[in-house]
Ligand binder design. Structure first.
Ligand SMILES: [Zn+2]
Length: 416
């Protein structure tokens, strides 16, 4: 079994599935169907006869329970999800994976790009994988372990369960999604008709990681309307929207910015600003793991805007702010066993459990608010969205083992 997950992984990364920003359709790129169609074919060959890919490129299939109906009814329907697209931030076509056998420490050279090395000084977790085989790209593209590692893990789990009928399991749903990297991974997914009770994404991240927290998020635009005059004759007449915007931005706390925060710290972030004397506009986001603290950030921003408005009564300042997504923790706390069983599954695979918050949003977070509680389990990719991405083979194998453990834990806990 172990080598099979690697075989699948190497096969899937060679299929170009880069998604694209700012496309109104799902999938954002038709090429994602190339992998979707292959996965449907492979799922059908494994006996999952209902496997389909729909018009939005969602692959959905059912692995039927091999228990009695009575037992099946007692066990939650688990759904395992992974995304098929890769990040548009780096090239994803013509991926040429290299396997570094029995890594012995030190830098890993990338054969297609002499300027790049994967170095333990830059990526300390590389040191954990001395003695393991490591997969990289040739340095001209990303590898695509985010999230073809997850796809390969889920497919290998299905193959393992099909191959060995003595492994008992209840009904399991398989979902492969498009467009996760451009933020639309679950937009067109009909969660209700999926018929699953609990979800787990297998997405990125290094060996042992379990993620059940995301940011709470708000964001929006601030538009300032000023008034232009010939600058030589503008005294007491000109209202400079650019200057007003600059004053607002300097009031954003410098110690609460993306570049000055980590771990559990939240931030204010202006990511686009443009303007003229007549009109200036900026786009910003606010992030915090604690919902009350996010609300405080929102209040603080409104206070800043009110104060500046008083200083410049002739300007018009319009704040348009929306809440974007919520920390999935609030949903997962209602069903604590969903995370506890995953912790247990990782421990049973004899690996160190690493709990860490996601400093962003995830498809799992959105699914958790669509009625499917969905934490994330590691699939093994490190340095994702980079030409220095790599996947230790042991991480792929342990991810498969973790999912198989998890399926068994649900059986045990259902008092069978
Ligand atoms: Zn991902």
């Amino acid at each position: 079994m172990p080598s099979k997950v690697l075989d699948r992984f190497l096969r899937y990364v060679k299929i170009h599935t880069t998604s694209q920003e700012d496309v109104d359709e799902i999938p954002s790129t038709k090429r994602q169907f190339d992998l979707a169609n292959l996965l449907v074919k492979e799922l059908k060959e494994l006996g999952l006869t209902d496997a389909i890919v729909d018009e939005h490129c969602y692959v959905i299939a059912t692995l039927n329970s091999n228990l009695s109906q009575e037992l099946t009814d007692k066990i939650p329907v688990l759904c395992f999800l992974a995304h098929m697209d890769t990040s548009p931030e780096e090239p994803g076509e013509n991926v040429k994976p290299q396997i570094v056998k029995n890594y012995q420490g030190g830098d890993i050279a990338l054969p297609g790009n002499p300027d790049l090395v994967i170095s333990p000084s830059e990526t300390p977790s590389l040191k954990k994988f001395i003695g393991s085989d490591i997969v990289t790209s040739d340095g001209t593209t990303l590898l695509g372990g985010d999230d073809k590692a997850g796809v390969a893990v889920v497919m290998t789990v299905v193959a393992a369960l099909v191959a060995d009928p003595t492994i008992k399991h209840s009904t399991i749903k398989i979902v492969f999604t498009p467009d996760e990297e451009v933020g639309h991974g679950v937009d067109a997914l009909d969660v209700e008709s999926l018929g699953a009770d609990i979800g787990y994404t297998l997405d990125g991240d290094e060996l042992g990681v379990l993620e059940s927290e995301t940011f709470n998020a708000a964001g929006g635009t601030l538009t300032i309307t000023g008034f232009n005059f010939h600058p030589g004759y503008a005294k007491d007449k000109m209202v400079n929207a650019i200057r007003i915007m600059a004053e607002i931005i300097t009031r954003f706390p410098k110690d609460q910015a993306p570049e000055t925060t980590e771990k559990m710290e939240g931030y204010y972030h202006v990511y686009e600003a443009k303007g003229s004397v007549n009109e200036a506009k900026m786009r910003f986001i606010l992030r915090d793991f604690d919902l009350n603290e996010l609300d405080e950030k929102i209040q603080n921003l409104e206070d800043i805007v009110n104060q500046i408005q008083k200083q410049y009564p002739k300007a018009q300042i319009v704040l348009d702010l929306k809440k974007q997504y919520k920390n999935m923790k609030y949903q997962l706390d209602k069903v604590p066993h969903v995370v506890e069983y995953a912790e247990e599954a990782i421990k049973r695979a004899n690996i160190e459990l690493i709990r860490k918050p996601v400093r962003g949003g995830t498809d799992g977070a959105r699914l958790s608010y669509m009625g499917l509680p969905t934490p994330n389990i590691f699939a093994g990719s490190i340095n994702f969205h980079s030409k220095k991405e790599f996947v230790p083979v042991i991480a792929l194998e342990k991810s498969v083992e973790t999912v198989l453990n998890l399926i068994q834990i649900y059986l045990e806990k259902s008092n069978l």
